[in-house]
Design a protein around this ligand. Structure first.
Ligand SMILES: [Zn+2]
Length: 158
């Protein structure tokens, strides 16, 4: 270990410096690796038409294996289900409120169904990604390691 590297480690573990790093909610929002909060969990942007669901096997920054055990992400389906229920409730009540309060109009059932179905489909890419991200943060048993912040995968391999 060189001298410069030791100083570097000190800076990295200084609590004052760490406070400038990504907080846990920020890292979850950005779908970053729970261990280094630097590497992306997903290979593409959530807005990518076809590859929005593609998950990295390992963190591109620190090498953490995202699928903690075989079938680890199956549990994310329950979180995804909870998200979908929330979308149904929010968009159902929202449709009722907006049409009744602003337009004094009571929408037919098909209006509700169309709005809710479209919302669930359009937001699926987000419910999918955030349920996997929350699964990792909640059940992955991974501790955040701030010393991994600025180290490249090459340095970690040494
Ligand atoms: Zn990582």
């Amino acid at each position: 270990m060189t001298k410069g590297y030791k100083i570097y480690l000190l800076i990295q573990t200084d609590p004052f410096i760490i406070s400038f790093f990504m907080t846990k909610p920020q890292a979850i929002l950005a779908s970053k690796c729970p261990r280094c909060r630097k590497g992306n969990i997903f290979t593409h942007s959530a807005l990518h038409l076809t590859k929005f669901a593609k998950t990295n096997q390992h963190c591109p920054h620190c090498g953490l294996r995202f699928e903690r055990e075989p079938g680890f992400f199956d549990g994310a389906m329950y979180i995804s289900y909870a998200f979908s229920v929330a979308i149904v409730v929010v968009f159902g009540i929202g449709t009722y409120q907006i049409s009744n309060i602003f337009y004094q109009y009571d929408p037919d059932t098909w209006v509700y169904l169309t709005v809710i179905f479209s919302a669930v489909v359009l937001l699926f890419r987000f419910t999918f990604r955030y349920s996997r991200t929350l699964m990792l943060y909640g059940f992955g048993n991974i501790k955040y390691d701030p010393t991994l912040q600025d180290r490249t995968p090459d340095e970690l391999a040494q």
